[in-house]
Structures are given as structure tokens and as C-alpha cells.
Design a protein around this ligand. Structure first.
Ligand code: HEM
Length: 214
């Protein structure tokens, strides 16, 4: 039997995932070795990224294939805005510009997520399945290691159990009527999505490293 597409995706991007997971910035963050400002900076970059991804979702809702992946309960933008408000107070919008890596990421999202359903799903998968997996661990570590509860970004209310949702998501990947060539293109785009995420983490790591922590 042919390997399910969701399994192909996971297997062929495993190395990239390992690279993302091992980013020095995330390691320092979850060990509580950075200032709270480092977490705030990551939340700010997330907002720029999700603003574009979720604006693509409003367009892709009308696409019969992409629509199967879109769920209102996934929407992260309001939670990110609330977290930034809690972290920085009024005026947070003026204090959270996108980093150069985030600008490259959002440029790619604009390029592929608004008129290519497969490209949209590639980026959608990389972020939301990550947030529902390692993200849950990051949130717990941030709450434990820093004096903050501004982690609503990681709380997916109304989605049910993350593991059950991820199973349904993988079933949707397997059921989508993509040709072999399109599947290959989507996997390539997921690699790009990981690279863009890693670059954002490397940028953050340049600004915040453990030896700078108080
Ligand atoms: C502290 C860092 C991280 C940890 C500990 C971590 C951990 C995990 C774990 C345990 C899973 C498997 C969950 C399951 O099978 O249900 C997973 C899946 C996943 N993670 Fe991460 N992760 C981290 C960072 C990231 C980053 C930075 C991204 C990308 C932005 C990412 C994207 C994903 C994706 C897309 C999946 C789904 C893979 C699949 O089953 O197809 N992760 N992660």
C-alpha cells in the first residue's frame, strides 16, 4: 500500500523539524534563561506572520480543497494581540516591528498562500500543527520560567483534544485530491516554511542569547 501523504510529509520533513526544535533561541527560552523581552519579541514576530497567514485563510475559505483545513478555532491573531497588550501595555503596536527574517517569511506567504491552495496548506500545516504540538510544551515552560500568563496564543479553545484534532488534520491531508506532482510541490513548500521559521528563530537568537540574561 502507498504511504499516506501525511506520513510522507512527516517523514520527509523530520530533519527540518529537528533543526527547528533545536534552535538555540527556543532551548534558552524554555529553560527560562532569557529575559521576558525575548518571549515578547517572539510573540511580536508571530503576530506579523499570522496576520498574513490568516488573511490568506479568509480568501482560501472559498477554495474547496483548502477550506477543509480552515477552522475558526485555529485563528491566532486575536490571542497574539491580547498577549502583546498584556506584555507591553497600550502602544504595543508601535513597539513590535517585523525582523528582517519575518519580512522574508511574510513576503513568501503573500507570494504563495493567496492563490495556490497547496502552498497555503503547506504553511498552514507547518505553523498550526507545530503550535498544537511543541507549542504546548513551550507555553508551559514560559509560564513556569517567566512571570507571565500571556500565553493565550497556545490555548486553542473549542478545538477539542489536540491529538484528536491532529489526527483529523492528517486525514484531511490524505484525502485532498492532489496529484503526485502537487504533493511533491507541497512538501517542498513545507521545507521552505521550516527554513523561514528557523531563520526567524536565528534572528531572535542573535538579539537574545542566554549569556545576556539577568
Ligand atoms: C521546543 C520546540 C519544539 C518541540 C519540543 C516540538 C515537538 C513536537 C512534537 C513532540 C511533535 C509530535 C506531535 C504529534 O505527533 O502529535 C511535533 C510535531 C510538529 N511540529 Fe514541533 N516541536 C518544536 C518546535 C517546532 C517548530 C519551531 C515548528 C515549526 C514552526 C514545529 C512544527 C511541527 C509540525 C508541523 C509538527 C507536525 C508533524 C506531523 O506530525 O506531521 N515544531 N513537534
Amino acid at each position: 500500500m502507498d504511504e499516506a501523504f501525511s506520513a510522507v510529509v512527516r517523514r520527509s520533513t523530520e530533519g527540518r523539524h529537528r533543526e527547528a526544535e533545536r534552535a538555540a533561541f527556543l532551548g534558552d527560552l524554555v529553560r527560562g534563561r532569557l529575559p521576558l523581552a525575548a518571549y515578547t519579541a517572539m510573540v511580536a514576530q508571530h503576530l506579523h506572520i499570522y496576520a498574513v497567514l490568516e488573511s490568506a485563510a479568509t480568501v482560501m475559505r472559498d477554495d474547496p480543497v483548502a477550506a477543509a483545513f480552515i477552522h475558526d478555532e485555529l485563528t491566532r491573531r486575536p490571542a497574539l494581540e491580547a498577549d502583546l497588550h498584556a506584555l507591553l501595555g497600550d502602544g504595543w503596536r508601535d513597539r513590535t516591528p517585523p525582523s528582517p527574517a519575518t519580512q522574508r517569511y511574510t513576503a513568501r506567504l503573500r507570494e504563495v498562500c493567496f492563490d495556490w491552495p497547496g502552498g497555503f496548506v503547506a504553511h498552514h500545516y507547518t505553523r498550526y500543527l507545530g503550535d498544537l504540538s511543541g507549542g504546548q510544551y513551550i507555553a508551559a515552560a514560559v509560564r513556569a520560567g517567566y512571570d507571565t500568563t500571556a500565553t493565550s496564543f497556545y490555548a486553542f479553545d473549542g478545538l477539542g483534544h489536540p491529538a484528536a484534532f491532529k489526527t483529523r488534520y492528517r486525514e484531511a491531508l490524505d484525502a485532498a485530491p492532489w496529484t503526485a506532482a502537487e504533493r511533491t510541490r507541497i512538501v517542498e513548500e513545507i521545507h521552505i516554511a521550516y527554513e523561514l521559521n528557523i531563520a526567524v528563530l536565528v534572528d531572535l537568537g542573535r538579539e537574545y542569547a542566554a549569556d545576556q540574561a539577568a
